[in-house]
Design a protein around this ligand. Structure first.
Ligand code: FES
Ligand code: FES
Length: 165
């Protein structure tokens, strides 16, 4: 990070495995820099308050509400947005299980669910419930989203030769 003038700094961000130099104000939130500075509009502005999860991205592999993180805080940490996921099992499962309607919340849910599957490949019902609490959907039943998660966990378990959930 280096000063550009009294109000701006240059930060080096690692987004979707690409290094990007971006000029930001120290108070700029990561969500705005991703959307307006880098043109990555998959993460959505919702409440801007940490409640809805529409802005969720992965930072160091963990889901992070990008409306609550300053862009300068993300310097030097790998950031993944929905644009960085391609044809992952959870993306296919959302389609197969009809886990979205308007789709506004979907990138945030997919980032959260993708991280859940990576971090807890044997996730219990309780863990799934816990993780799903960080995102809000106004149109789809949460059951479809949960079914999508379970279908991926079952497949992974089966491929590892374990008993399905
Ligand atoms: S916009 Fe970030 S949590 Fe709602
Ligand atoms: S699908 Fe519309 S808000 Fe979730």
């Amino acid at each position: 990070m280096r000063d550009i003038d009294a109000y701006k700094v240059m930060v080096e961000l690692s987004v979707n495995k690409e290094q990007k130099n971006v000029v930001v104000r120290p108070a700029d939130i990561l969500l705005d820099v991703l959307r307006e500075g880098l043109g990555l509009t998959g993460a959505k502005p919702g409440c801007l308050n940490g409640d809805c999860g529409a802005c969720t991205v992965l930072v160091d592999g963990w889901p992070m509400k990008s409306c609550l993180m300053l862009a300068v805080e993300a310097s030097g940490k790998p950031v993944t947005t929905i644009e960085g996921l391609t044809d992952t099992p959870i993306q296919r499962a959302f389609i197969d299980h009809g886990a979205f309607q308007c789709g506004y919340c979907t990138p945030g849910f997919i980032m959260n669910c993708h991280a859940l599957i990576q971090k807890h490949p044997q996730a219990s019902d309780e863990i799934i419930q816990d993780w799903l609490q960080s995102n809000i959907c106004r149109c789809t039943g949460y059951q479809e989203i949960k079914k999508a998660i379970l279908s991926v966990l079952r497949r992974e378990n089966l491929s590892q030769g374990n008993t399905p959930l």
